[in-house]
Design a protein around this ligand. Structure first.
Ligand SMILES: [Fe+2]
Ligand SMILES: [Fe+2]
Length: 269
């Protein structure tokens, strides 16, 4: 197998036609049989792979050119809000601060690390971000749709999330960031797969447009404080970052194993 095929398998899982801007093949390679996977790939993982006979390293979070153009994936936040019924202009405005923050921080990021080391080592290396988060989003949404019933409560939502083995075994279980276990879930939005969590802007737009509950995989405290103040009585549930990432990543790694590849994952052990 080659690096292009490894990428294509992830795109096919969600029907994407092209590689999104937060994902990239950094060093291409052929004849790949043994793969090392880690959510965050640094020099350490590349050196470990090189000295332990791996043919390729696959990461999740953006590196190299995918890190430089990471901010472009934040457009998905606007699209997802629109898909969830938020009017175009409001969706655009709600996601602007985070889009801009990512644009400016892309200039701060050292996108050469660990890309150049992979090149020097001749270690095939790619990172697959949005396709696997999109897969995770669909699986989370599917779970919510299957579990929801008239009058179901936040504690029932948390129980349904715990049915994912990734979440069940995570050291940080889902958190009710806003609301309480006995609040009714009501109308719920699963907001994931858009580069990062929707922060203050996306949750605010969703609450303003009739959603009672928002599901994020993580949130910054500063955003949470503002939401708590402005939207008392609404619910925000946090499913957990790494566990929720793994919900989309594990089916992909299983797919690779089905095709005869040996995979060692340095995440979700
Ligand atoms: Fe992710
Ligand atoms: Fe992540």
């Amino acid at each position: 197998m080659n690096t292009e095929e490894l990428m294509q398998i992830s795109l096919d899982l969600v029907g994407m036609k092209e590689i999104p801007p937060d994902s990239a093949i950094h060093v291409r390679g052929e004849g790949i049989k043994r793969v090392l996977f880690a959510i965050d790939v640094s020099s350490a993982e590349l050196l470990f792979a090189k000295t332990n006979g791996f043919d390729c390293v696959i990461g999740h979070h953006p590196r190299g050119m995918a890190q430089a153009s990471y901010y472009k994936i934040l457009e998905r936040q606007t699209q997802l809000l629109k898909d969830l019924g938020v009017p175009q202009e409001e969706a655009q405005e709600a996601t602007r601060p985070l889009r801009e923050a990512f644009l400016w921080s892309s200039h701060r990021a050292n996108w050469e690390d660990p890309l150049l080391l992979a090149q020097v080592l001749g270690m095939p290396f790619l990172n697959i971000h949005n396709p696997l988060d999109e897969l995770g989003r669909r699986l989370l949404e599917e779970k919510v749709k299957k579990s929801q019933k008239q009058g179901w409560k936040i504690k029932d939502l948390v129980s349904s999330l715990l049915e994912f083995p990734e979440i069940e075994r995570a050291p940080n279980p889902p958190e009710i960031a806003m609301g309480n276990p006995d609040s009714e879930v009501g109308k719920i939005a699963v907001f994931h797969g858009t580069g990062t969590n929707g922060g203050y802007g996306a949750a605010k737009a969703l609450f303003r447009n009739g959603y009672d509950t928002v599901l994020y995989i993580h949130i910054d405290y500063h955003d949470l404080e503002k939401l708590r103040k402005e939207f008392p009585g609404r619910n925000l549930v946090i499913s957990g970052h790494i566990a929720s990432d793994m919900i989309g990543i594990n089916p992909y790694l299983e797919e690779l194993k089905k095709r005869g590849l040996e995979v060692l994952k340095l995440s979700d052990l």
